[in-house]
Design a protein around this ligand. Structure first.
Ligand SMILES: [Zn+2]
Length: 144
């Protein structure tokens, strides 16, 4: 299945990816690749994210969701976001603590902690990957 998305960075239409199921919390654009608008986020990961959001009880600002392989390569990142099973959530201090606690309880297996520097650039990475070649074995926690 495919759907039409509008890239936030390009004035064009793109038809690609899988269809996001309707939910009250996240939009396709929030989780789509920021360079091309492709949506390839995994349903199972989205369900997990929604459970976290419901327990958190307030909005989660997604700073990065799915990244197409080209985008991922350009920023020299590991492959986690290209699997469609990872997000970065803009959050700091007690909000970050609460998010991590709930995310662990809901089964996220990769937790990346960026809590240094300006508040607005702090985030928590969440993914529910299994151990895959070239990546840290899960479950794991790391810092940036
Ligand atoms: Zn892209």
């Amino acid at each position: 299945m495919s759907y039409i998305s509008i890239s936030p960075l390009c004035a064009g239409f793109f038809i690609s990816g899988n269809l996001m199921f309707n939910n009250d919390y996240f939009t396709g654009l929030e989780l789509a690749c920021q360079c091309c608008g492709k949506y390839h986020f995994e349903d199972e990961t989205l369900r997990r994210l929604i459970r976290v959001r419901e327990r958190l009880g307030k909005p989660m600002i997604i700073s990065s969701g799915y990244r197409c392989p080209a985008h991922n390569k350009r920023i020299n990142a590991t492959m986690t976001h290209a699997t469609g099973q990872a997000v970065d959530v803009s959050v700091a201090a007690s909000g970050a603590h609460k998010l991590m606690k709930i995310a662990l309880e809901e089964g996220f297996t990769g937790i990346g902690v960026k809590q240094k520097g300006p508040i607005k650039r702090r985030f928590i990475h969440l993914d529910d990957l299994d151990s895959i070649p070239g990546e840290r074995a899960r479950p794991t926690v790391w810092s940036y």
